[in-house]
Design a protein around this ligand. Structure first.
Ligand code: RIB
Ligand code: CA
Length: 312
């Protein structure tokens, strides 16, 4: 059983990652879910988390975290995810009744990690603001964290700028704190996530299959169309890579590097840079995922959605 906390900014692809985690209760013990401002403002991404958890009839505790990056101005990814942050499906208004912890996510995550019966893996698929503040505010928590698996960054290219990926670009200072914390990291960056897509024909398999399939079909169809503006033929489901790695690391191959984040005000701000030199002092603590077995990645997700359909 893997104890995890999931920090996210739903987000069409965050939603798919959450569905996949919820479909594996026999191996993933989700201690708590936290939200962070990113794809949309905090209020919206938290509401979207309530939608997904309500649809899956989950009882997992939810907390909302930081609305703003540590230093930078906040710019949501409205063009990619729409005004709600998860456009494309009409959810019931009563989802707003899904309980939200009275604790801020940083305190909530500290409490959950410290009370866990074993080491905890952090999965994070939004800007790393909550995680950076957790490590800075409660440094002792590092001893209870097994690793941090993120969707973020990219060694070869960016998406929000030529060189920077959105999650890291949104809060580079937070990302630097996390990457240099000494905690083992797994980075599912654009190098691998842009290979982790579903085709239009594959998406059609979700249509009219069940209640969770219907939501996944609507959201992924929206995200698929939205991806066209960025030149994607098939829209990558970025965040799903982080959760799929947790469930089955054999889907991926990669290389361990020492990765740092650019935090200056140059046009390189938010870039993730791997030091590939063989310097003895290099703390090679980040496994950068580079390849994915796309068919097995697809099958893992579709099987998860089918399982949730049967349970809901
Ligand atoms: O660059 C892709 C990332 O930005 C994903 O996490 C997506 O949800 C958005 O947050
Ligand atoms: Ca995300």
């Amino acid at each position: 059983m893997k104890n995890i906390i999931y920090d996210c900014d739903p987000g069409h692809d965050d939603a798919m990652a959450l569905f996949e985690a919820l479909a594996h209760p026999e191996e993933i013990n989700i201690l708590g879910i936290s939200t962070v401002g990113g794809n949309q403002k905090l209020e919206n991404v938290t509401k979207n988390a309530q939608h997904i958890l309500s649809a899956a009839h989950s009882k997992i505790e939810l907390a909302s975290g930081q609305s703003q990056p540590l230093v930078k101005e906040f710019y949501p990814a409205t063009n990619a995810h729409g005004d709600s942050g998860m456009d494309g499906h009409d959810f019931p208004a009563e989802d707003a009744n899904y309980p939200i912890s009275s604790l801020n996510a940083v305190t909530f995550l500290h409490k959950k990690i410290q009370s866990a019966d074993d080491l905890v893996t952090i999965v994070a698929t939004g800007p790393l603001t909550n995680i950076a503040l957790l490590l800075k505010t409660f440094p002792e928590v590092k001893d209870s964290i097994d690793k941090i698996i993120i969707m973020g960054g990219g060694l070869d290219h960016g998406n929000i700028t030529k060189g920077a990926e959105f999650n890291i670009w949104t809060d580079p200072e937070a990302a630097k704190i996390v990457f240099t914390s000494g905690i083992p990291m797994v980075m599912a960056g654009l190098d691998v996530t842009e290979r982790a897509y579903f085709t239009e024909d594959e998406l059609q398999e979700l249509d009219k299959k069940g209640p969770i399939s219907a939501i996944a079909y609507d959201l992924l169809s929206y995200y698929y169309k939205s991806g066209k503006q960025f030149g994607f033929k098939n829209s990558p489901v970025h965040d799903l890579c982080a959760m799929a790695y947790l469930i089955d690391p054999t889907l991926f191959t990669g290389h361990i590097y020492s990765v740092d984040v650019v935090t200056d005000d140059s046009e390189a701000r938010g870039m993730t840079i791997a030091d590939k030199r063989k310097l003895p002092e290099n703390k090679n603590s980040t496994l950068v995922l580079l390849e994915v077995d796309r068919e097995r990645y697809r099958d893992l997700f579709f099987q998860a959605i089918e399982k949730l359909d049967q349970e809901n």
